[in-house]
Design a protein around this ligand. Sequence first.
Ligand code: COA
Length: 348
Amino acid sequence: MAIEIRGTGKAVPANRVSNGDLARKIDTSDEWIRSHTGIGARHFADEGTACSDLALEAAREALAMTGGWPGGDREGRDLAAGEAAKTLDLIVLATAGADFCGCPSTACVVQDGLGARQAAAMDITAGCTGFVYGLETAAGLLLAGKTRKRALVIGSELLSRLTNWEDRGTCVLFGDGAGAVVLEKTGAPVEGPGRRGLVGSILGADGAGAEHLMIRRGGTRNPFKAGETLGLPPHIEMNGQAVYNFAVKAFTDTCRRLMAEDGSGIDDIALIVPHQANARIVQAAGKRLGIPEEKFFLNIGEYANTSAASIPIALDELNRAGRLKRGDLVMTVAFGGGLTFGGNLIVW
Ligand code: COA
């Protein structure tokens, strides 16, 4: 049984904010941001938009790309794209900025919005590695359940809501957006010639490094209390240098392990789709691995770091541009809050 990607989608808010726009409000410059990160712009959602709104938009695009389900639902009825959501068995949504704190999950809000009545729904908290975790989790659950066939995996983030605008070292890095993929369990092989779908994953964590990338406020450790003046804001706090060092090592190790476990070499891989946190991290890891820059897809220049959404947004861009051909071996690799890291190998 193979777990194949049937559709991709994304949602990017219309409000585009360039480095120059930011430099008019805070003490920074286009030159600093570009030279330190590769970021040129980011997109911010308006006040009325929540995580599930972006997630729903991306999910609908991904479902529409499947063209529905010729051959049908459990009763064998052919379904148009709008009806396809009703045949989903599972929705996994990765985010660091859920609609609500704890309950309900954002995945449940999306399940309701799609009318995906037979789908189980849950959120994943793995920082910027959330989509990589989500893909492996959804694939595992599809394979474990006899009657489960289709899943939606979404990464959706509104990091503009979690940003400390007084901290120029972090606020220039992040953007809002969502990406989604539709997975289907098929009879294709997962080994040998003609193999298809998700063929390998690595998931890892280093909880000892949690303090380097953290939102301290709002959970049960430091809850909000009625009437208080906020001392500690619900914002991302980051030790940039520590995260940078962790990221380069985690990125390098994950790529090596994914290729070794699969028995593949770099020449077998058509494209690497990394988490878009900082172009310098990708360049540093690429150098250590001896992988040419052209193997990596980067769109950080336009979207900045959209955390768990960055890989599915990139996959959708590539897919719609026709840059992912059937049979291509594609590698994802990510790192983020937790600290977490991981990657997937997908035969497109
Ligand atoms: N504009 C202008 N100057 C800035 C700035 C900004 N937005 N942010 C920081 N600076 C200044 C600092 O104040 C410092 O000045 P000083 O030397 O006078 O004190 C200088 O730039 C260098 O800061 P430093 O923190 O040493 O820069 P850096 O080369 O480490 O780059 C990051 C900073 C954040 C870009 C880098 O550490 C990084 O990318 N880390 C990983 C972050 C990440 O990927 N997080 C998400 C993980 S999913």
